[in-house]
Ligand binder design. Structure first.
Ligand SMILES: C[S@@+](CC[C@H](N)C(=O)[O-])C[C@H]1O[C@@H](n2cnc3c(N)ncnc32)[C@H](O)[C@@H]1O
Length: 278
C-alpha cells in the first residue's frame, strides 16, 4: 500500500526541546481554551477546527486569552481559516449557479466535523433549495454541529450522520444523491494514499453527470516536525502529517474519472482547494 511516508516528519518525542514544548502545551491547556480543546478532542478534530474558525480567544483571565490569541494565530490555523474562505467561495459560486438554473441542491460533506462553514453559507444564501448532509467518523463533532444548526435555525435543512469517508460502499449510502460533495481537511490527515484514492473513487461513483467534488490538500507546512512531536491527534497519538503536491492529487482525481479538475492555493500557500466536475 502506498503512503506518503517519504514526506512524513521523524518522531523524536524524547528530544529535550520537544519534551519541554509538550510540557508547556500541557500547562497552556490550563490557560487557553483552544489548547484545552486540542487535548480533549485531538488537534486534528472537527471540534478543534470549529474553535479555530470561531476565532474568539477564550481562556483563564487575561493571560489565558493572550495564550489563546497566540495559539489561534499560528500559521497553520490562519491558513485553515483562509482555506475555509476559499472553499466557501467555490461553494457559493456553484450553489448560486445552480440556483440560477432553478436546480435544487443536496450538498454532502464526507468528513464535516460540525460543518460550521456550510451552516454559514446556508444562512447567507437562504432559500429552501439547498439541503446539507454532514457526515463524519466522530460523533462528538456531529453532535456539536447539530446544536450549532439548531442555534442558527437551520436544523430542518441539515442532517448529521456517521460515515466513513474512505469507504466507497458507505459513501454510496448518502441519500438522496448529492450534486456537490466536499472533503475538507480530511485528506490532509490521511497518511495512506490508498485511502485518499479510494475515497475519491467512491465520491466519483455517487455523483451524477454535472456533479461537483471539492476537496482540500496540504501542499506544505512549516511546522510539521513540531506538530508531530508536540501535538496529539483524535486517537491520542502523535499527530503525524505529510504533504502532497496539487499535481499528484489532481492526477488521482482524473484517474477516478473527474473530467474538469482545477486547483487554487489559499493566500498563505499551505492549502489547495481543488474543484472537479463529473
Ligand atoms: C481536520 S478535521 C476537518 C473537519 C472539517 N471538514 C473542516 O474542514 O473543518 C478532519 C475530520 O475528519 C474526520 N475523519 C477522519 N477520518 C475520517 C473517516 N475515515 N471518515 C469520516 N470522517 C473522518 C475527523 O473526525 C474530523 O472531523
Amino acid at each position: 500500500m502506498s503512503t506518503i511516508t517519504r514526506t512524513l516528519p521523524r518522531l523524536r518525542r524524547f528530544a529535550p526541546h520537544y519534551a519541554l514544548m509538550r510540557a508547556a502545551m500541557r500547562l497552556g491547556a490550563h490557560l487557553s481554551e483552544g489548547i484545552a480543546v486540542g487535548f480533549r478532542h485531538g488537534f486534528d478534530s472537527g471540534p478543534m477546527l470549529d474553535y479555530v474558525y470561531e476565532n474568539q480567544p477564550r481562556g483563564r483571565g487575561a493571560l489565558g486569552r493572550l495564550a489563546d490569541t497566540i495559539y489561534l494565530n499560528q500559521i497553520g490555523w490562519r491558513a485553515i481559516r483562509a482555506r475555509k474562505a476559499l472553499l466557501q467561495r467555490y461553494l457559493r459560486q456553484t450553489l448560486l449557479a445552480r440556483r440560477e438554473h432553478r436546480l435544487t441542491t443536496h450538498l454532502a460533506d464526507i468528513a464535516a466535523g460540525p460543518g460550521r462553514y456550510h451552516l454559514e453559507l446556508l444562512a447567507e444564501l437562504g432559500g429552501e433549495d439547498i439541503r446539507l448532509t454532514c457526515r463524519d467518523f466522530d460523533g462528538r463533532g456531529l453532535e456539536q454541529g447539530r446544536a450549532l444548526a439548531a442555534h442558527m435555525g437551520l436544523r430542518e435543512r441539515v442532517q448529521y450522520e456517521r460515515g466513513d469517508a474512505t469507504d466507497p460502499v458507505d459513501l454510496a449510502r448518502i441519500a438522496p444523491t448529492p450534486e456537490i460533495v466536499v472533503a475538507s481537511g480530511i485528506y490532509e490527515i490521511l497518511t495512506d494514499d490508498g485511502a485518499v484514492r479510494r475515497s475519491m473513487q467512491g465520491v466519483r461513483a455517487i455523483l451524477p453527470t454535472g456533479g461537483t467534488f471539492v476537496f482540500t490538500t496540504q501542499v506544505t507546512h512549516p511546522q510539521l516536525k513540531l506538530i508531530a512531536n508536540v501535538l496529539t491527534n483524535r486517537n491520542g497519538e502523535p499527530w503525524v502529517m505529510g504533504t502532497r503536491s496539487l499535481s499528484k492529487v489532481e492526477g488521482w482525481a482524473r484517474e477516478a474519472g473527474f473530467s474538469s479538475v482545477s486547483s487554487e492555493l489559499e493566500p498563505l500557500g499551505l492549502f489547495g482547494v481543488t474543484m472537479c466536475v463529473v
